[in-house]
Write a protein that binds this ligand. Sequence first.
Ligand SMILES: Cc1ncc(COP(=O)(O)O)c(C=O)c1O
Length: 365
Amino acid sequence: MIMPNNLGRQYSLHAEEYEHKALEVLRSGWYILGKEVSAFEEEWASYIGSKYCVGLASGLDALWISFRLLDIKAGDDVVVCANAYIACVMGITMNGANPIFVEPDKYDNIDATKIEEAITPNTKAILSVHLFGQACDMTKIMDIANKYNLKVVEDCAQSHGNHWKGQSVGTFGDVGCFSFYPSKGCGAFGDAGCIVTDNEELAKQFRIFRNYGSEKRYHNMMVGSNSRLDEMQAGLLRVKLAHLDEFNEERCRIAARYDSEINSPLIQKPQIRPGADSTWHQYVVHVPDHRDELMEYLKERGIGTLIHYPIPPHLSEAYTYLGHKKGDFPIAERYADEVLSLPMYNGMTKEEQSIVIDAINSFEV
Ligand SMILES: Cc1ncc(COP(=O)(O)O)c(C=O)c1O
């Protein structure tokens, strides 16, 4: 069986290093907010090219706490891509704010040419989700944000180490949010996340908020949360980070081979926006007419694929209260019916990829 993702394979590439670090943390006797977290925060900030990094418990926490600390609240609108992951939208609505959906473009990311027409007098922020490992058009997004005085939060959960015009994603807006969910580029061995920012005061607020609103033990200056990155995950993330460029290069090689060898006329391969690079968090093809048949055909041949995502957030049951209906965002809805993520993981063998490519090219209707 070829799985869509295979985390065990990636683990086995550097198993000894993870095991060594895990033992070191276990034996240290210090498990929360210690030297591993501080070291990881410094290393991640430096890798991304930001002044500050604050480790948090998850990517969703990074998002909702960002909006909370940027004072986005009930009555405010936040622009977000209509084909984003549901967590992106939850990061907005957990603060009582209202998501304003904008259709994706042919690069599967927000169509920045449609943002201006979506802006209302209540719009306070744009959430740029760099989906599938590819940067949004941050030049256009920052121009619009500056023109309308909007905050910009970047969701880089799926984009660890890729760039827009040579600059790391996460460094354009007010805050860059990262998830280290295990399947992400620099994935933890459990839940973890962080934010990056150049704003010293904001970074300080995140540090206070993640620890029950306290800077000094038992002196709580705000109602915060418990969203601390723990020592074990931070230590293991430091090992992963040391290999992140190598992981990304391998994924680029896998993507390049899919690009050159998939030749089925039924399939549209992913396109990269000029100015962006991709770390290929997912290799997402569009199969306009026969996606489900292809998925089944591959499954019968022992090849697993995934759909990112089958239900656009505006049609999700969780968001019935927003009052949207089918047809409101036809491009995002069409994408939900035609996208398919092919197997893509570190440690994928040439033989495994040949099996996937041959199966796809032999699919007929
Ligand atoms: C684009 C995006 N945003 C946010 C999240 C939420 O991150 P987490 O699962 O760490 O809360 C994820 C992943 O799960 C994601 O892919």
